[in-house]
Ligand binder design. Structure first.
Ligand code: 8DG
Length: 130
C-alpha cells in the first residue's frame, strides 16, 4: 500500500515534483510512500510528511478511489490532510513544491496513477469541501 497526502491550505493543494528516479524525476505527486509493517496508513503519512517536508499534518478523509499501480502489486490511496500549527513544507526530498488551486491542477504533469485522484480532488477543492 502506497499512501499519499493531499495537503490542503487556503483552497490550494500541495503538489511535489519528484527528484528521483530518473524515469519519473520532474513528475508531480502527493507526498507519501509505502506503509511499513505494523504501521497505520495515517501514521505512515505523518512519518512521510515529516521526512519529506518537515511538517506535521492531520489526516482527514479519503480522496478518490484506490488506484492499482501499473505493475499490479501495489495500490495508491490518497487522504486529504491539513498542516498543523504554523508548519510550512520544505522540499527536503523533492525538486520543487507548488500550491495549486483547482484551476491549476492541470498545470503540472502528475504521475500517471494520480490522474483519477486529481480528477476527484478538483471539485472538492473548487467547492472548498476539503
Ligand atoms: N508518494 C507517492 N508515490 C506515488 C504517487 N503516485 C505514484 O504512482 N506513486 C508511486 C511512486 C513510487 O513507485 C511509489 C512510492 O514510492 P516512494 O519512493 O515515494 O515511497 P517510499 O519513500 O516509501 O519508498 P522507498 O524510497 O523507501 O523505497 O508510488 C503519489 O502521488 N505519491
Amino acid at each position: 500500500m502506497i499512501v499519499g497526502a493531499a495537503i490542503i491550505s487556503a483552497g490550494r493543494v500541495l503538489a511535489c515534483a519528484r527528484s528521483a528516479p530518473p524515469e519519473v524525476a520532474g513528475m508531480w505527486e502527493f507526498p507519501g510512500g509505502k506503509v511499513e509493517p505494523g504501521e497505520t496508513e495515517q501514521a505512515a503519512l505523518a512519518r512521510e510528511c515529516a521526512e519529506e517536508l518537515a511538517v506535521r499534518v492531520e489526516i482527514g478523509a479519503r480522496v478518490g478511489r484506490d488506484v492499482r499501480m501499473a505493475h499490479g502489486r501495489s495500490v495508491l490511496r490518497v487522504y486529504a490532510a491539513r498542516l498543523l500549527g504554523a508548519d510550512r513544507p520544505q522540499p527536503l526530498e523533492h525538486a520543487e513544491l507548488r500550491w495549486l488551486t483547482a484551476e491549476e491542477l492541470d498545470t503540472v504533469v502528475w504521475l500517471p496513477a494520480d490522474a483519477p485522484i486529481v480528477t476527484a480532488l478538483r471539485p472538492l477543492l473548487a467547492a472548498g469541501a476539503v
